[in-house]
Design a protein around this ligand. Structure first.
Ligand SMILES: NC(=O)c1ccc[n+]([C@@H]2O[C@H](COP(=O)([O-])OP(=O)(O)OC[C@H]3O[C@@H](n4cnc5c(N)ncnc54)[C@H](O)[C@@H]3O)[C@@H](O)[C@H]2O)c1
Length: 259
């Protein structure tokens, strides 16, 4: 399929995890892809593998000038920027609020919130020049409630909800749609490797067994929703939020024998 032929898509954190799944799928659908990331080796390897319709740009989402460089790459290499996926994100090492230092709090909010804010801000003129487009912010199931020991991460993902709604209001008349995806627990390094400063990974203590769909999410699950939301099939959808969690937020499923 070529749903994204002649379109250019920028994915932050595009070098691995969910990001590289998104990059590969957009590319397979005909898009030009700009892989934004901080892992230059993996980013360059992915761009090489995908060929002429792919570029890697070193993009630390906290740095406005690297956002400008990414937009410049998209427009100079491919003529326009049509889609932004604010996918990059970091989690805090688990700790209660009283045991969380301010540096950790600021680091998580810097990447997750300020990074997404800068993405919307810096790409808006380019999306307008392209006569419209779509932005998707990647939140989290943790933005549906509270999660003990994850205050910086939870607060950052709640903040993205407000960013999405405000941006959707500001940009709708420019034909730019802005939505949020809230993944549940997805099998990436994010859950299989300890967060910076942590000793255990989420997968050490989390099991999907009790939930309605008793498996971990795969990056492709999220990718499929993302492709829909950024395609013309979703042209009436903006300011919306999509939980994709296999029923995790519903709580444990009743076993047939105990129902
Ligand atoms: N995996 C899950 O269970 C899960 C659940 C809910 C939400 N999410 C969110 O999904 C998104 C993707 O996460 P993932 O599962 O692929 O995890 P991941 O850890 O594999 O990927 C995160 C990516 O963000 C990049 N990144 C970190 N700091 C950055 C910075 N300053 N600038 C640019 N890039 C930076 C990393 O290099 C990495 O490529 C994140 O926003 C995460 O919060 C993940």
């Amino acid at each position: 399929m070529t749903r994204f032929a002649n379109q250019t898509v920028l994915v932050t954190g595009g070098t691995g995890g969910q990001g590289s799944s998104h990059v590969r799928a957009f590319h397979a659908e005909g898009a030009n892809v700009v892989i934004g990331g901080i892992d230059a080796e993996r980013g360059a390897a992915l761009a090489d593998e995908l060929g002429p319709r792919a570029r890697f740009v070193r993009l630390d989402v906290r740095d406005e000038s690297s956002w400008s460089a990414a937009v410049h790459t998209a427009e100079s290499a491919f003529g326009s920027l049509n889609v932004l996926v604010n996918n990059a994100g970091v989690q805090n090492p688990p700790a209660t609020i009283e045991n969380t230092d301010q540096a950790t709090w600021s680091r998580i909010l810097d990447v997750n919130v300020s990074g997404a804010f800068l993405g919307v801000k810096v790409t808006t003129p380019a999306l307008r020049r392209a006569t419209g487009g779509a932005i998707v912010n990647v939140g989290s199931i943790m933005a549906m409630g509270g999660t003990a020991h994850y205050a910086p991460y939870v607060a950052s993902k709640w903040a993205m909800r407000g960013l999405t709604r405000t941006a959707a209001l500001e940009l709708g008349r420019d034909n730019i749609r802005v939505n949020t995806i809230h993944p549940g627990v997805i099998a990436t390094p994010f859950i299989h490797e300890p967060a910076a400063g942590a000793t255990a990974a989420i997968s050490d203590f989390y099991s999907p067994a009790p939930f309605a769909v008793p498996r971990l999410g795969e990056p492709i699950d999220v990718t499929r929703l993302l492709l829909f939301l950024t395609s013309t099939a979703a042209s009436f959808i903006t300011g919306s939020e999509y939980v994709i969690d296999g029923g995790l937020q519903l709580g444990p499923a009743l076993q047939a024998e105990t129902a």
